[in-house]
Design a protein around this ligand. Structure first.
Ligand SMILES: *Cc1c(COP(=O)(O)O)cnc(C)c1O
Length: 685
């Protein structure tokens, strides 16, 4: 069962080419035949959405916190935006679905309970939520509340996290597990938790913490539960593979575990050591990694028990992954298992090994974080324009008498371009373009000539892409060419604040328009944010056949027949109806790791709950304003009052010099102060 070898997959290449073919057919579908089901396929929403996200018959993304429960609520994102707008809250916006959070807590607990009873396993399940994954008070409170019937506990990895955890009303009997490096104060806070009547498990991450713990427990006259984290040799292949093995940052080697047992014995405190722990990393793509780690861990557990350690808990850490990519290919961003497969492996492997070793079944502890919070929040941003490198065709490139030969050469290349000379033309165009820049630097070309070369170069690229579109044997890498010259949709958000992992570790999040999904999206584009940083972009997107540099959006002009809706740089201007893009599965890590690059602060937030009696199936429990400019500035030692005073005194001086009229001066000062108090993102009024 659990140890069964997974059936070998059909040859990867064949699978991929089938997917590419299906993808091509979808892209070629005529716009009049396009329907919601095509959008579902294109954006893989049913795969990554895991039942929580869907598209309704009107072509809008909706959220089903109870998945497909009969008559379950279905919340349309646009309805939330309408309500938010009416309350005067602007985008970008974080939407939190508290019911999804609750559903995940229930799901993980029920899954473990079911596996335990099916396997006749003789221990119980004590899950804990590691708060580092999302420490927002409302998130932790919701998890604690939803977990109360299951005695679901919390895990802290630092002093400030422990301070937060101690303030949470967790149910009697639920565990508090403490990881991370600990100093005396951290340990004293743990002892305080014991005095509060809570089972606090102090997990020893480093040998030297043990003597310190013994000393402090003795001083404070409390009996802690000690956990021991092992450095396993089994390791994963994902981004966090370094979380185990000899060079792992945390945990004890086998030698240190034996020494720790001796130390506890010599203090007559071996009975305090009740929990065995390991954590092999986050977003584990392949269930095989878990199988190996659990097997190794269970053996160590049994051997420790046989040495006389009265262990009661077996803690498998976190690491359960999410299908960000919407595939099931165990690439780094997808997983080849579900919660049930995972729970089944934990229960059956521990049972099997304990039975073989004739050791009592321990209680099972898991510390899944990502799997609990990832789904519950999303970010909605508005697209305020686009940069289209290949769309600027209106500039006249007509031949002028006496023009430089470089300009003529580029024109000839463009005109002579045909299917049979693509590669040569492309290479020649690149070198003519280079020549034009050298010539410009030498003062030989003027600005107008350089602009002509630039325009005709882009026209050539565009023509190459068009000719190559339907050829099997491509002369140039049109995929790369299309990506390099694709449009960018300019989105009102900051990658560094809201999706830091897409920048930092190549995380990929599902991204798609939230409306107009009955309509075929025809624009291939990547996303750029509003920071002045060239890294402030997203150019990795999920697709049928793997990660792509661009994804599909609708045209920003609502009526495609209206070419006037563009400015002279080929930038589409925002039309009457704003175009909204959702960034999904942002509830784990993204929410709390963001920084204030360019001083863009935290986003506005709404907390949404299901409501059966509401016509739209929801109510907004809370609007939380994001950071104002002055809040962000204050964290950097600016004083908003002093700033306003400085600006005012300079304006006053201008008034005295007669450069500004007094009334105007007052208005300018007011405007400065309003902006200080305002949202840091772009406003559309
Ligand atoms: C980060 C962490 C977790 C949570 O990991 P996920 O991959 O989010 O499930 C659990 N335990 C420990 C010790 C951690 O450091």
């Amino acid at each position: 069962m659990a140890n069964q070898v997974t059936a070998s997959e059909p040859s990867k290449d064949r699978k991929n080419s089938q997917l590419e073919l299906k993808e091509k057919q979808l892209h070629e579908k005529s716009p009049d035949k396009w329907g919601v089901s095509d959008s579902k396929k294109l954006f893989l929403i049913q795969k990554w959405g895991d039942g929580f996200f869907d598209i309704n018959e009107k072509g809008s993304v909706c959220v089903k916190p109870l998945k497909n429960a009969p008559k379950g609520p279905c919340i349309v994102l646009q309805d939330i935006l309408d309500e938010v707008k009416a309350a005067g809250i602007s985008l970008p916006l974080v939407i939190r679905f508290h019911d999804i959070l609750r559903a995940r807590v229930v799901e993980i607990n029920k899954t473990f309970h079911n596996q335990i009873s099916e396997a006749n396993y003789r221990g119980e399940y004590f899950g804990v939520y590691p708060v580092k994954v999302n420490q927002m008070r409302e998130v932790v409170e919701e998890i604690v509340d939803a977990g109360a019937p299951f005695r679901y506990g919390l895990e802290a990895g630092s002093k400030p996290e422990l301070l937060a955890v101690l303030s949470m009303p967790i149910t009697t009997g639920a565990l508090t597990v403490l990881n991370g490096y600990k100093d005396a104060e951290y340990l004293k806070l743990a002892m305080l938790g014991i005095r509060m009547g809570r089972p606090m498990v102090v997990v020893v991450e480093k040998f030297s913490e043990l003597p310190l713990l013994l000393k402090i427990a003795d001083e404070m006259k409390v009996e802690p539960i000690i956990g021991m984290r092992a450095k396993l040799q089994s390791r994963g292949s994902g981004k966090w593979a370094a979380s185990t093995g000899d060079r792992a940052k945390f945990g004890l080697t086998i030698t240190e575990i034996v020494q720790a047992i001796d130390l506890l014995k010599s203090h007559q405190k071996l009975h305090w050591l009740k929990l065995f722990h390991f954590h092999i990393g986050s977003q584990i793509p392949d269930i095989k990694t878990f199988k190996e780690a659990i097997t190794e861990g269970a053996r160590i557990f049994c051997k420790m028990t046989k040495m006389g350690v009265p262990l009661e808990y077996f803690d498998v850490g976190g690491g359960v992954g999410i299908n960000y990519e919407g595939g099931h290919n165990n690439t780094e961003l997808s997983v080849n298992y579900g919660l049930k497969d995972y729970a089944m492996d934990v229960v059956y492997i521990v049972k099997q090994i304990c039975d073989l070793e004739d050791v009592n079944h321990p209680h099972l502890v898991s510390e899944s974080g990502r799997a609990i919070t990832a789904y519950h929040s999303c970010i909605i941003t508005d697209v305020f324009g686009s940069v289209a490198y290949l769309e600027n065709q209106s500039f006249s490139t007509e031949k002028k008498t006496g023009e430089h030969i470089i300009v003529t050469n580029m024109r000839d290349l463009f005109h002579d371009l045909q299917a049979h000379n693509i590669r040569q033309t492309y290479n020649d165009a690149l070198s003519v373009k280079e020549e034009s820049i050298s010539a410009f630097k030498l003062g030989v070309l003027d600005l107008e000539e350089r602009a002509k070369v630039e325009t005709m170069f882009l026209q050539t690229i565009k023509k190459i892409i068009e000719i190559e579109k339907d050829t099997e044997e491509k002369s140039v890498d049109t995929e790369a060419l299309t990506a390099a010259y694709s449009q960018q949709y300019l989105c009102n958000f900051s990658v560094f604040q809201s999706t830091p992992d897409t920048w930092g570790i190549g995380q990929i999040l599902p991204i798609m328009p939230i409306n107009r999904l009955c309509e075929k999206p025809t624009i291939k584009a990547s996303m750029a944010d509003i920071t002045c940083d060239s890294d402030g972009k997203i150019d990795n997107f999920i697709s049928f056949s793997g990660i792509k540099k661009t994804t599909w959006f609708h045209s920003l002009n609502n009526s495609p027949s209206n070419p006037n809706n563009k400015d002279t740089q080929g930038q589409a201007l925002q039309s009457e109806n704003p175009y909204y893009v959702g960034i999904f599965l942002t509830g784990a890590y993204q929410d709390i790791m963001g920084d204030n690059h360019n001083l863009f602060g935290r986003l506005n937030e709404v907390h949404v709950y299901c409501d059966d009696d509401d016509p739209n199936d929801f109510y907004v429990e809370e609007f939380i304003r994001g950071h104002s400019a002055q809040q962000v500035l204050s964290t950097l030692q600016y004083s908003p009052e002093a700033m306003a005073k400085n600006v005012k005194s300079i304006i006053d001086a201008q008034v005295r010099r007669g450069k500004i009229r007094p009334r105007e001066g007052v208005e300018l000062c007011d405007f400065y102060e309003q902006s200080l108090a305002g949202y840091t993102y772009l406003k559309h009024d």
